[in-house]
Design a protein around this ligand. Structure first.
Ligand code: FE2
Length: 383
């Protein structure tokens, strides 16, 4: 049966030096005053100043909001929206990783809708789009710069909420692989694994389509082949470019096809323990693949082939073992060695985490429909 599928993506410019176009884009938007949303790490790396200088050179004023932490909290979004109004801004530029871009998306929709950020939780719950938003990503993994997703922490409940809406797609993404060269070794590894998980979950999503598949498979090839080389040779711009392209293609796939159990479970974990998103995904991935494999075996075999495995004439059970061990080998080769227990998860936390993960919108498109007990068992296996 033919099903309807749409493809949503922003205008983007890809390549080394893309971020230097910021002034021209802001002038085209008729910007009066820019809110730059960024974080202390990106300021320390010098990227915020580079971008604000380019904006000032265009004769445009800007105000910098840097109160964004990893796993951005709802209070930070609300404070950013207040700051936007106080400074009479009319456009937003996000310079940073996924947390920064998600916070900027949140600030935008709060300023126009005049409602608390947590009230937009779910799919298509944002009535009015925010002001224009230009994203300059500084990590190669999150793809918030092209996606319809914003993930915000509800600090009181200790959960992450997902806002999925076309209104959170940025107007322009300036995707400049040079900005990823200041990432630490471990952040490069974790964000790379996040991109790989985006591509894999999009490819096996129940909302997949031939257009998303193209991007997902290419992302799996690019990220898996280049993520270890980039860690060995972090100043190699060609390798950085390939991983950034993989992340972009994964973003185009998952923004449209949505995700699955790995993200649902990682959101739940990240809300409770404030853990690194990519690290949680990397730890969970092999266990979720083992759980899902039999209901989407043909698709996982294609994923295995994109990972450069020879699965011809393999029995399904053998193909499953080979894909799962390849994911484990790749993760470990990148230095991601810990289990969920070693990063702070306790067995007693699992029932509450599983309950939250079951309610996450990403779980809806997981190829195998899990019970709450199934999700508890996956957490236990990863403990
Ligand atoms: Fe992710």
């Amino acid at each position: 049966m033919l099903e309807l599928r749409k493809f949503v993506a922003p205008e983007f410019v890809f390549g080394p030096g893309a971020s230097t176009l910021i002034g021209r884009y802001l002038a085209n938007f008729g910007a009066g005053k820019v809110l730059i949303v960024t974080d202390p790490g990106i300021i320390a790396a010098g990227w915020t100043e580079k971008i604000s200088d380019l904006i000032n050179k265009e004769g445009i004023d800007c105000a910098v909001f840097s109160g964004v932490s990893a796993n951005p909290r709802s209070a930070e979004v609300m404070a950013g929206a207040e700051f936007y109004h106080e400074n009479r801004c009319d456009i937003i530029v996000a310079v940073g990783g996924g947390s920064t871009m998600d916070c900027a998306k949140g600030i935008g929709i709060v300023t126009t809708n005049q409602k608390h950020i947590l009230s937009f939780e779910g799919i298509d719950r944002v009535p009015i789009p925010g002001p224009p938003l230009i994203c300059i990503p500084t990590t190669a993994g999150t793809s918030a710069d092209v996606s319809q997703f914003a993930i915000i922490t509800d600090e009181e409940q200790g959960v992450k909420i997902a806002i999925i809406s076309k209104t959170t797609v940025p107007d322009v993404a300036l995707i400049d692989s040079k900005t990823t060269m200041t990432m630490s070794h471990y952040l490069t590894a974790c964000t790379g694994m996040d991109a790989l998980v985006h591509a894999i979950e999009a490819y096996v999503s129940t909302a997949n389509s031939p257009i998303y598949d193209l991007h997902a498979l290419e992302a799996i090839r690019l990220v898996s082949a280049n993520i270890l080389p980039v860690l060995i040779d972090p100043d190699n711009i060609n390798l950085r470019n390939k991983v950034m392209m993989g992340s972009l293609q994964a973003g185009l796939a998952f923004s449209n096809a949505s995700l699955g159990a790995v993200h649902a479970m990682a959101h739940s974990l990240g809300g409770l323990h404030d853990l690194q998103h990519g690290e949680c995904n990397a730890i969970l991935l092999e266990h979720v693949i083992a759980y899902n494999f039999r209901v989407a075996a043909d698709r996982y075999i294609k994923i295995g082939e994109a990972l450069n495995l020879d699965l011809k004439n393999c029995r399904t059970e053998d193909a499953k073992d080979m894909v799962v061990s390849e994911i484990r080998r790749l993760k470990r080769s990148l230095g991601i060695q810990k289990t969920l227990g070693e990063i702070g998860l306790k067995r007693a936390d699992i029932p509450a985490l599983a309950l939250k993960a079951m309610k996450d919108p990403c779980m809806v498109t997981n190829p195998r429909v899990p019970t709450e007990r199934d999700i508890e068992v996956i957490y236990e296996e990863a403990l």
